[in-house]
Design a protein around this ligand. Structure first.
Ligand SMILES: Nc1ncnc2c1ncn2[C@@H]1O[C@H](COP(=O)(O)OP(=O)(O)OP(=O)(O)O)[C@@H](O)[C@H]1O
Length: 700
C-alpha cells in the first residue's frame, strides 16, 4: 500500500473491526476509512495517573482508580432486582462493587482472591461507598502500575452493545496507530516547528490519543489546535486575496460631486467618528479597482442607514445604480422611508420593490431600472428575481446577511454587464471578533463602535410578575410624558398556540389596565397589510402601546418609543434580547428596558438576564453569548462548515486564532502561490483541503 492512500483504506480492513462494527462506525460516527478513524480524537482523557486508597474516597469525585483484591463475590436479590456484588479490599478498607443486569458475564471474568485495578464513579450509600459497573483490569506481571491518561471517545448506545464503547474504540485506535504511524505526514514546515517549538505531526497525533503525561497531551493539543486554525485562515485569506485579481476587478468609483453636496448641505447631523472612519474605508475600496466585499457591523442604533446612503451616492456619482436588500417587507419599507428622506433632498430617484408591489408599478420600476433612470431600489429578495435587470448595478447593500445565502449573493453578480457590483453586508448582530474572523474571514470588516452623541444608555431592569402593577404604573408615567411603549411576547414554534394565547391575554390585560388608550397589536398570524397598517399607526404616534411578537425584532425605528417591556424574557436568547432592547434608546430621551420573568429561572436564564442588566455593549453581549452557547449555535455558522474544529474553541482560543491568522497573512503576502520550497508542505496540505469538506483535523 502506498503512503498516499493508506488513510483511505476502508475501516473494515482494520484488524478487529469486521463488517458489523464497520457498519456501525459508518452510520453512527461517519467513520469510513483509516483517516476518519484517526481523526476521531478523544473528547477528554481520564487521569489514571492517580490511584486512590479506599479510605480516601469522598463525595463528588467523578471517578476513582483503586488497586485491590476481590474478597467475596455473590449474587443477591431476585428476578429483575438480581445483581452481582463483590467486595474489593485494600490495606485501608472495603468497597462494594455492583453489577445489575449482565452480572452473569462479569461473574465469569472476576475471581475471588485475585487483584484488579478498578475504575469507576463512587456513590455513597449511608456510610459506605460503592461503584456500579466498574471497569476491571486484571493485575498481571505486565500491568503498568504507574498509571496513564486514558482517552475517552464519543460513542453511542448502539455501539456500546457491540463492544464499541470508549475502551473498544481505544483498542482499535492503538492497532491503527501502530500500523499507520510511519505514514503520517508532516504538514507544517520545519522552520515553523522550530519557531513555535511544536511536536512533529506524528507524535502530536499519537499523543493526542495516548499521551504519556498531561504535559505531552497539552503539547499535542496545542500543535493540532494551531494547525487547524492556521489552515482554516490560510484558506480564507487565500480566497480573500484571490479576489483581488483580474477576475474580480471592480468598478472604479472615484468622483463624488453629489455626495459632497449632500455632505456639505443636507446631512441632518454630524457623523460620529466611527461613521466617518467606515465611510472612508468603504470609499478606499470603491475606488481601488477591485470588487469590494465588506461586512459592516454596527451595534443596534449606531447609524448604519446613513452610511449605506452615502455609499450609494458613491456609486450614483459614477453613473451606476445601487440597491438595498432587506429580509422582510416591514424592514424594506422602513429602509425605503429612511433613505427616501435623504434622497429627496438631493433629487436622487428611489423606489421600493417587494412581493406586494402592484404589477403596473412593477413594470415601470423594471423599465426605469433597465434604462438607468432609477438610481436606488430598495426591496426584499424579490429584487434578485431573474426578471429584474439593471442598467448598471454598482453597489448592493445587504441588510442582515444571515438570512441571505451565498447563492443569493452570487445571483446579484449576474445583474450587471460590467464588473460585479461592490457588496456591503450590514449586520446589527454584533459578532465576536473571533467568529467574524472565521465565518466572514473572506470579507473585510468595518465596525461602527460608537453611538451618536447625546444617546443615554438604556436602563435595563429585571422584574417578576409580582411587580406587574408597578410596571404598568411606570408605563403610564412615560406615556403621559408623550412617549411610546413596546410590550413584546415570545413566539416559539413548538408552543405556538400557547404563546399566541399569552399574547392575546397580555393584549387584553393591557387594554383593561389602560382604558381609552390606543393600543396596537402585531403578530405573525396577521395579513401583511394589517401588520403594516398597525405598524404605521404606531410609527405615526397614533397608538401609544405596541403589543407584539418578535416580528419587530430587527430594524424598527421609532425614536419616540422609550420603554421596551419583554415578557417571558427568559425564553429569549441574548442576541435577540439585545436586538429587542435596541428598538428603544434611539432618540434623545432616557429609555428603559424591563425584562419580565416568573420567579424560577434556570442557571443560563439567570446569566442572560444578568448580562443584559450589566451591559448595553453588543460586542460584550455577543461574547457572553458565544461562551454560553458555543460557536455551533450562533446564527449563520451551522451551514458554513467552517467551524468544523476538533481542538480549537474560538470562544476561548482568540489569541491562537490571531497568531494563526497573522502567520497565514504573512506567508501569503510573501509567497502568494506557495511556490517557495519550504512552503511545498503547506501547499500539499492546502490542496487536500481544497478537495473535500473542511474537516481541519482529518489525516490524509
Ligand atoms: N451621527 C448621528 N447623529 C445623530 N443621530 C444619528 C446619527 N447617525 C444616525 N442617527 C440616527 O440614529 C437612529 C438610528 O440609526 P439607524 O436606523 O441607521 O441605526 P442602525 O444602525 O440601522 O440600527 P438598527 O440596526 O438597530 O436598525 C436614526 O434615527 C438615525 O437618524
Amino acid at each position: 500500500m502506498s503512503n498516499n492512500n493508506i488513510f483511505s483504506t476502508k475501516v473494515e480492513y482494520l484488524k478487529g473491526v469486521g463488517p458489523q462494527k464497520a457498519a456501525l462506525l459508518n452510520t453512527e460516527l461517519s467513520i469510513f476509512n483509516f483517516g476518519d478513524l484517526i481523526a476521531h480524537y478523544p473528547f477528554r482523557h481520564e487521569d489514571r495517573t492517580k490511584f486512590y486508597k479506599i479510605d480516601e474516597i469522598e463525595d463528588d469525585l467523578p471517578y476513582v482508580q483503586i488497586k485491590g483484591r476481590i474478597t467475596r463475590k455473590e449474587f443477591v436479590g431476585e428476578g429483575k432486582g438480581k445483581r452481582l456484588t463483590a467486595q474489593l479490599r485494600d490495606d485501608t478498607g472495603v468497597l462494594e462493587l455492583v453489577w445489575f443486569k449482565g452480572g452473569k458475564w462479569v461473574d465469569k471474568q472476576i475471581q475471588e482472591g485475585v487483584s484488579y485495578i478498578v475504575f469507576g464513579k463512587p456513590q455513597r450509600f449511608g456510610y459506605k461507598f460503592s461503584i456500579s459497573h466498574p471497569e476491571m483490569e486484571l493485575i498481571t506481571a505486565e500491568t503498568k502500575l504507574e498509571g496513564k491518561l486514558t482517552p475517552v471517545y464519543h460513542t453511542s448506545e448502539k455501539m456500546k452493545v457491540k463492544r464499541l464503547d470508549s475502551k473498544g474504540i481505544s483498542t482499535l485506535m492503538l492497532t491503527l496507530l501502530k500500523n499507520t504511524y510511519e505514514h503520517i505526514q508532516e504538514t507544517l514546515p520545519e522552520y515553523l516547528l522550530n519557531e513555535y517549538h511544536f511536536l512533529p505531526k506524528k507524535l502530536a497525533v499519537v499523543y493526542a490519543h495516548f499521551p504519556k503525561d498531561p504535559d505531552l497531551l497539552n503539547q499535542a493539543q496545542e500543535r493540532l489546535k494551531f494547525e487547524e486554525l492556521f489552515f482554516m485562515q490560510l484558506k480564507l485569506m487565500a480566497t480573500k486575496m484571490g479576489k483581488k485579481t483580474e477576475k474580480f476587478r471592480g468598478q472604479v468609483f472615484g468622483k463624488i460631486p453629489t455626495l459632497k453636496e449632500f455632505y456639505d448641505n443636507h446631512l441632518p447631523f454630524d457623523l460620529t467618528g466611527a461613521q466617518k472612519r467606515v465611510v472612508r474605508e468603504i470609499f478606499e475600496d470603491m475606488k481601488s479597482g477591485f470588487q469590494m466585499n465588506r461586512l459592516l457591523q454596527g451595534d443596534v442604533g449606531s447609524g448604519k442607514t446613513i452610511v449605506a446612503f452615502i455609499c450609494m451616492l458613491m456609486a450614483i456619482d459614477n453613473g451606476a445604480q445601487a440597491c438595498l436588500m432587506a429580509p422582510t417587507e416591514i424592514l424594506s419599507q422602513q429602509h425605503y422611508v429612511g433613505l427616501k428622506e435623504h434622497a429627496d433632498k438631493i433629487g436622487v430617484s428611489i423606489a421600493l420593490l417587494t412581493g406586494s408591489t402592484k404589477a403596473k408599478e412593477r413594470r415601470l420600476i423594471d423599465e426605469q431600472l433597465r434604462s438607468g433612470e432609477l438610481k436606488i431600489i430598495v426591496g426584499t429578495h424579490a429584487l434578485i428575481e431573474d426578471k429584474v435587470d439593471f442598467q448598471n448595478l454598482g453597489l448592493c447593500v445587504i441588510d442582515e446577511q444571515h438570512r441571505f445565502g451565498v447563492a443569493q449573493r452570487a445571483a446579484l453578480w449576474k445583474k450587471t454587464s460590467l464588473a460585479p457590483p461592490h457588496i456591503l453586508v450590514m449586520t446589527a448582530t454584533p459578532i465576536p471578533r473571533t467568529l467574524a474572523m472565521t465565518v466572514y474571514g473572506d470579507l473585510d470588516v468595518s465596525v461602527i463602535d460608537e453611538l451618536p452623541a447625546g444617546r443615554k444608555p438604556i436602563v435595563t431592569t429585571h422584574r417578576t410578575d409580582a411587580n406587574r402593577l408597578r410596571v404598568f404604573g411606570f408605563m403610564k408615567e412615560e406615556i403621559e410624558k408623550g412617549r411610546q411603549v413596546y410590550v413584546v411576547y415570545p413566539l416559539i414554534e413548538e408552543s405556538e398556540k400557547l404563546d399566541y394565547k399569552n399574547l392575546m391575554d397580555g393584549y387584553e390585560s393591557i387594554c383593561r389596565a389602560f382604558p381609552g388608550m390606543p393600543v396596537s397589536i402585531v403578530h405573525g398570524r396577521m395579513k401583511p397589510e394589517d401588520k403594516d397598517f398597525e405598524m404605521q399607526r404606531f410609527v405615526k404616534g397614533e397608538t401609544k402601546i405596541m403589543v407584539a411578537t418578535t416580528v419587530i425584532e430587527v430594524g424598527v425605528n421609532v425614536p419616540n418609543a422609550s420603554v421596551m417591556v419583554i415578557e417571558n424574557a427568559e425564553k429569549f436568547g441574548l442576541a435577540q434580547l439585545h436586538q429587542l432592547r435596541g428598538r428603544v434608546g434611539r432618540g434623545a430621551e432616557q429609555s428603559y428596558c424591563i425584562l419580565m420573568t416568573g420567579k424560577k429561572l434556570s442557571k443560563d436564564g439567570k446569566f442572560r438576564l444578568e448580562t443584559m442588566c450589566r451591559t448595553n455593549n453588543g460586542f460584550e453581549i455577543a461574547d457572553a453569548d458565544l461562551k454560553l452557547r458555543g460557536p455551533g449555535d450562533i446564527e449563520g455558522t451551522q451551514q458554513s462548515g467552517i467551524l468544523n474544529l476538533k481542538f480549537a474553541d474560538i470562544s476561548k482560543d482568540a489569541t491562537v486564532l490571531q497568531d494563526a491568522r497573522k502567520l497565514a497573512e504573512k506567508i501569503l503576502e510573501e509567497d502568494p502561490d506557495l511556490t517557495l520550497p519550504e512552503h511545498a508542505i503547506i501547499k500539499a496540505q492546502q490542496a487536500r483541503f481544497a478537495k473535500r469538506e473542511t474537516n481541519w483535523s482529518r489525516i490524509s
